[in-house]
Write a protein that binds this ligand. Structure first.
Ligand code: AMP
Ligand code: GLY
Length: 423
């Protein structure tokens, strides 16, 4: 079979690495890919949002299955275009991808179907939003409703901060057009968990739970990022909590999308806050998480190609997911300054040494080649992932591998997975 993966980050590197392992996959392409995906597949220089270019490539090469990594092409309707052309593609339609691409839509859907989530209001007008916020005396969170690379959320302690956040998003447009509308919601407290599930339109098959670390600083301080590290499984997500999450979150949302005539197919990601009142949805994403995918997929023993094909064909009930019982930890190495200003083009050394350690992988998130040298090319640069006998062992192995890697300004959180260890 010929498979095309779309995207260029750490998530796409782990997807390609895992798909390359399937005996069904003869030819594997990644568009546009990165120097890491080039080791396990053939990179094709087509941008992930160039839907016409990707369609032409898939037709010319007679691709049997296309797998979409990031949200942008999904929200733009790549699945609709490919399906219309009779091509198999893994991911939701544009209408279903609104669960991520339009927070106002997903909040409305959750409210309508009593899916537990933070109380919220949506605003299209800054002055009305300001009036509303000024009258509230609880901590609030202000969110751009459109796509903002995981950064469109400002968590506030005081109404004055929330007013400034609304102004920055709606008036100064710090997240561009994504900030035409905002959602203002109550701030929730608790630990977070990312639950990802394969959905084939009707059937739901949850993967093992993961926990991301969104803020840039140790102890969850500082600005939010795309994710600075993750681990799986998450001990606080017990079997009974998982069952509750499936019943109260996944079943109603999947049924609602199906009944609305916009069935969800692909991976649905529920970002949850585990509050004293039970799990509440912070956000839905319409694809694998990054870096959650690095943790979850290094633990998946089953053939990812078979699972994805079954999802696309509406036969998810015919497959079983098998997991390595060993936990995994992924630590993101970022460019100094990220998520604000940072420099790129720094030479990275030690990649082979780190990746050569047992049960350890260095997934490339944002790198580029210059001759034989690998250079940094973005904010989140690498995701160093290790399996271990327990979480402490996996954490130790990931950080040990990191000691071998160097680039100027390299930054990582030092406490990824510490929460699971009660540290
Ligand atoms: P989102 O992009 O919606 O997942 O938000 C990014 C991050 O902001 C989340 O992972 C949380 O850490 C934080 N966040 C979002 N919504 C809330 C909320 N209602 N209460 C507390 N923190 C939140
Ligand atoms: N790690 C968070 C996300 O992928 O959205």
């Amino acid at each position: 079979m010929k498979v095309l993966v779309i995207g260029s980050g750490g998530r796409e590197h782990v997807l390609a690495w895992k798909l390359a392992d399937s005996p069904h996959v003869d030819d594997l392409y990644v568009a546009p890919g990165n120097p890491g995906t080039d080791d396990v597949a053939t990179n094709v220089p087509i941008k992930d949002t160039d839907i016409d270019g990707l369609l032409k490539f898939a037709r010319d090469k007679k691709i049997d299955l296309t797998v979409v990594g990031p949200e942008a092409p999904l929200v733009l309707g790549i699945v609709d275009t490919f399906e219309k052309a009779g091509l198999k593609i893994f991911g939701p339609s544009a209408a279903a991808a609104r669960l991520e691409g339009d927070k106002a839509f997903s909040k409305e859907l959750m409210q309508k179907h009593a899916i537990p989530t933070a109380d919220s209001r949506t605003f299209s007008d800054y002055l009305t939003a300001r009036q509303y916020i000024a009258a509230r005396d609880v901590p609030l969170v202000v969110k751009a409703t459109g796509l903002a690379a995981g950064k469109g959320v400002i968590v506030c302690d005081e109404p004055s901060q929330a007013i400034r956040a609304a102004e920055k998003i709606m008036v100064d447009r710090i997240f561009g057009l994504a900030g035409r509308q905002i959602v203002v919601e109550e701030r929730l407290y608790g630990q977070e968990a990312s639950i990802l599930a394969f959905i084939d339109g009707q059937n739901i098959y949850a993967m093992e739970a993961a926990q991301d670390h969104k803020p840039i600083g140790d102890g969850d301080t500082g600005l939010n990022t795309g994710g600075m590290g993750a681990y799986s499984p998450t001990p606080i997500v017990t079997d009974s909590l998982m069952q509750q999450i499936e019943e109260k979150v996944f079943v109603p949302v999947v049924h609602a999308m199906h009944r609305n005539g916009t069935p969800f197919k692909g991976v649905l990601y529920a970002g949850l806050m585990l509050t004293p009142a039970g799990p509440k949805v912070i956000e839905f994403n319409c694809r694998f998480g990054d870096p959650e995918a690095q943790c979850v997929l290094t633990r998946l023993k089953s053939d990812l190609f078979e699972v994805m094909l079954a999802t696309v064909e509406g036969k998810l009930d015919t497959v079983t997911l098998q997991w390595d019982t060993r936990p995994s930890v992924c630590v993101v190495l970022a460019s100094g300054g990220y998520p604000a200003k940072y420099e790129t083009g720094k030479e990275i050394t030690g990649l082979a040494d780190a990746g050569g350690l047992p049960d350890t992988w260095v997934f490339h998130a944002s790198t580029k080649l210059q001759g034989k040298k690998v250079l940094t090319a973005g904010g989140r640069v690498l995701g160093v992932t290790a399996l271990g006998d327990d979480i402490a062992d996996a954490q130790k192995r990931a950080y040990k591998a990191i000691e071998k890697i160097h680039f100027d300004g390299m930054y990582c959180r030092k406490d990824i997975a510490s929460k699971a260890l009660g540290i």
